[in-house]
Design a protein around this ligand. Structure first.
Ligand code: KDG
Length: 322
C-alpha cells in the first residue's frame, strides 16, 4: 500500500512519526477535570514546520490513522505550508498519541501511546521520489519504532544519498524506546551516507559507540566517516559545530525559557535553513541558536518556531532589556 509521490517541487524532505499531544498545564499534575492543551508533536514534523516558516518548500512523509488526530496533524501541517502529499492514511492503525505533564514545576513526564500506531507501520514503499529535492532530514526516533520504520529510514537515506541530496541526521535518542547501545548499533551503519549529524553529548557518544565519555573523540570518530559537519547541541549553554572549517561555538541567547521541548528541532531547522540558503557554518549556527531561542520561549513543540521575518527578535529584545 505504498503511495509514491513525486516531491520534485520541494527543497527538503523530513520523514518520521507525528503524535497527537495532550499537554497538562505547568506545575499541575493531570487529574480528572484538569485543563489540557491538545496539539501534536514529532521531531521530524517540528523540523518541517520550522523550515516552512523560514520559507523553504518542504515535504513531510509519514503514516497517520484515519482518525481525528491524523486529520488534525495533516491539516495543521498543510496550514503551515508543509507539503503533505507524502502522508499516507493507513486505515488499519490509529495515529500515535503522547501525554506530557508537569508533575511539578521542574518535573516533566512523557507517556507514549505509539506501539502499533500508523507511524510505526512506515514502509520503504512510502519513501517518495526524492529527485529534485536538496536535503533529507531524519532522526534516530523513527528507527526505534519498528523494523519496517527502521527499513524506511534506511531506504530514504540510501535513496537520498544516491540522488545526491544532503542527508541530515539528528540522533534524538529516546530512552523510552530503546537503549543507547541499541540506538548506536542501529544508527552507526548510516554513517556512510549521512552528511551532517546533530546530537547532544550522550547522543554523539552513542552514535560513535563510545562509552568512555570523551565527546571530542566521538566527534573525531564521526568526522572520519562521511559526515562533514557534526553539530553538538548543548541546550541552554549553546552549540558547537565541527568540520573542515574547524570548531565554532555559539552561546545560547538569553531569553525567558518556558518550554524546552522542541527547541532542538527548531535549532536543527535553523541550521538546515542556513545550509539551504548557502550560508557559511557560523551563520547557520547563529540561525540555529536563534530558532532554538524562539522555541523555548513559547509553550508547545513547534508553536514558537520563528517565521523568517521574525528573525532577529530575541536579539532585539535582549538589547532592549540591557
Ligand atoms: O523533539 C521533540 C520530540 O521529543 C517530540 O516532538 C516528540 O518526536 C517526539 C518523540 O518521539 O519524543
Amino acid at each position: 500500500m505504498s503511495t509514491v509521490t513525486p516531491t520534485n517541487t520541494v527543497d527538503a524532505i523530513t520523514l518520521g512519526e507525528s503524535l497527537g499531544l495532550v499537554m497538562g498545564e505547568p506545575a499541575a499534575p493531570l487529574r480528572a477535570g484538569s485543563t489540557v492543551r491538545f496539539s501534536f508533536a514529532g521531531a521530524e514534523s517540528n523540523v518541517a514546520i520550522g523550515l516552512a516558516r523560514l520559507g523553504h518548500p518542504v515535504s513531510f512523509v509519514t503514516r497517520v490513522g484515519d482518525d481525528s488526530i491524523g486529520r488534525m496533524i495533516t491539516e495543521t501541517l498543510r496550514g503551515e505550508g508543509v507539503d503533505v502529499s507524502g502522508i499516507v492514511v493507513d486505515p488499519a492503525a490509529h495515529t500515535a498519541l503522547m501525554i506530557r505533564q508537569h508533575r511539578t514545576a521542574d518535573t516533566l513526564t512523557v507517556t507514549y501511546y505509539r506501539d502499533g500506531a500508523a507511524g510505526s507501520r512506515l514502509d520503504p514503499g512510502d519513501v517518495p521520489d526524492l529527485a529534485g529535492a536538496r536535503l533529507l532530514h531524519v532522526t534516530g526516533i523513527t528507527p526505534a519504532l519498528s523494523s519496517s520504520a527502521r527499513d524506511t529510514v534506511t531506504a530514504a537515506v540510501r535513496t537520498a544519498r544516491a540522488a545526491g541530496l544532503v542527508v541530515s541526521l539528528d540522533v534524538n535518542y529516546r530512552s523510552l524506546l530503546w537503549s543507547a547501545a541499541a540506538a548506536g548499533a542501529a544508527l552507526a551503519p548510516l554513517l556512510d551516507a549521512v552528511d551532517i549529524v546533530f546530537g547532544g553529548d550522550d547522543e554523539l557518544l552513542a552514535l560513535a559507540q563510545r562509552d568512555d565519555g570523551d565527546v571530542d573523540l566521538a566527534v573525531s570518530h564521526l568526522l572520519q566517516h562521511r559526515p562533514s559537519v557534526v553539530v553538538r547541541k548543548r541546550g541552554s549553554v549553546g552549540a558547537t559545530a565541527y568540520g573542515e572549517f574547524g570548531v565554532m561555538e555559539r552561546a545560547a541567547l538569553s531569553v525567558s525559557a518556558v518550554d524546552p521541548v522542541g527547541a532542538g528541532d527548531a535549532f536543527v531547522a535553523g541550521f538546515l535553513s542556513g545550509l539551504l540558503d548557502g550560508v557559511e557554518p557560523g551563520g547557520c549556527l547563529d540561525r540555529a541558536v536563534e530558532c532554538g531561542a524562539f522555541a523555548v520561549s513559547v509553550h508547545g513543540d513547534w508553536e514558537g518556531a520563528p517565521r523568517r521575518s521574525e528573525l532577529g527578535m530575541p536579539a532585539r529584545s535582549e538589547r532592549v532589556q540591557r
